[in-house]
Design a protein around this ligand. Structure first.
Ligand code: ZN
Ligand code: ZN
Length: 309
């Protein structure tokens, strides 16, 4: 933290703003906005939880620790009055995708309806286990909300109000399902957790549609490219693997998440810079070879980002 503060102060001195006689917020805000993410806010430390919102419907993907702050936000709407209906889809049941559920306040409020969905048949058993002593003091039977469980069919669309979600299999040590959400011709692809060990259209086979004609894709970037070689079969990818897929399939916009919990913000920023070098070199190589290549708008995700489509 001390090194980070020193970097910020040095950048401020070098910007020349510190010398201005009448320094005001008008000067400070643009300076703060110019700082790289790892010096100003960081990438965030919660585990996976994404909300997909449409005009009539909201759906949540996974119950990582990020679902705790999302729960507080939902309390400001019908969930706060016990009139909420929440749909939570699970990719898989690794702890980092479940750990926030006992702290998701809407589940304790009588009147709320919480629907859980997964392809995996263990869904109900897993959720009941989380709320079991001695793991958690409030047993499942005493949760205030009305809870129901729903099985999703692999690669079969399921309607959530005006949203349509289809599960496709990802590459992870325990079965993990990504989701393609569609509404009015717009598509969001959720591709976390995955090692993306299948990349060619032939290898992906029935799961290829997850990656095609996508407006926004969120992809696993836990490791740098070198680390993916060291950590084969650990179930996570590097940004460069996702970028190759996105350039081939014409993905419009891409965000990378699920950074390694052991990584500092500085290390994640360096992994992003490495991915930037890789992406630029792929573009240059394609241009030199006279090949047409699809350009992707992309960055590493930060916690709390809201992306309108
Ligand atoms: Zn996992
Ligand atoms: Zn995970």
């Amino acid at each position: 933290m001390r090194a980070r503060m020193k970097d910020v102060v040095t950048r401020f001195a070098e910007s020349g703003m510190g010398k201005k006689s009448a320094l005001s917020l008008d000067h400070v805000e643009p300076f703060l906005a110019s700082l790289p993410q790892h010096l100003y806010g960081g990438f965030g430390g919660n585990t996976p939880c994404i909300e997909v919102r449409a005009a009539q419907q909201r759906a949540i993907i996974d119950g990582g620790s990020g679902i705790r702050p999302l729960g507080y936000e939902l309390l400001r709407g019908p969930c706060g009055k016990g009139q909420g209906e929440v749909h939570i889809l699970f990719t898989h049941f690794h702890w980092d995708h479940l750990i926030g559920l006992p702290f998701f306040v809407p589940i304790f409020i009588p009147g709320n309806k919480i629907h859980f969905y997964a392809v995996q048949p263990e869904l109900e058993e897993v959720i009941r286990t989380i709320f079991k002593k001695p793991f958690f003091p409030v047993p499942f039977e005493y949760l205030g909300a009305e809870i129901s469980f729903h099985r999703l069919e692999p690669r079969k669309p399921k309607a959530f109000g005006d949203l349509m979600a289809t599960p496709y299999q990802l590459d992870h040590p325990d079965p993990c399902w990504g989701f393609r959400f569609e509404r009015e011709g717009m598509a969001y692809a959720h591709c976390v957790d995955t090692e993306a060990s299948r990349v060619t259209p032939e290898e992906l086979g029935p799961d290829l549609p997850l990656y095609q004609n996508v407006d926004l894709m969120v992809f696993d970037a836990q490791y740098t490219l070198m680390e993916t070689i060291e950590k084969i079969d650990w179930g996570h990818a590097a940004a460069s693997i996702g970028l190759d897929l996105a350039m081939r399939e014409g993905v419009k916009r891409m965000l990378f998440m699920h950074h390694d919990p052991a990584s500092s913000d500085e290390k994640i920023a360096e992994a992003e810079a490495e991915a930037r070098r890789y992406y630029d070199s792929q573009l240059r190589a394609a241009k030199r070879a006279g090949k047409k290549i699809h350009e992707v708008e992309w960055s590493f995700a930060t916690e709390g980002m809201v992306i309108p489509l």
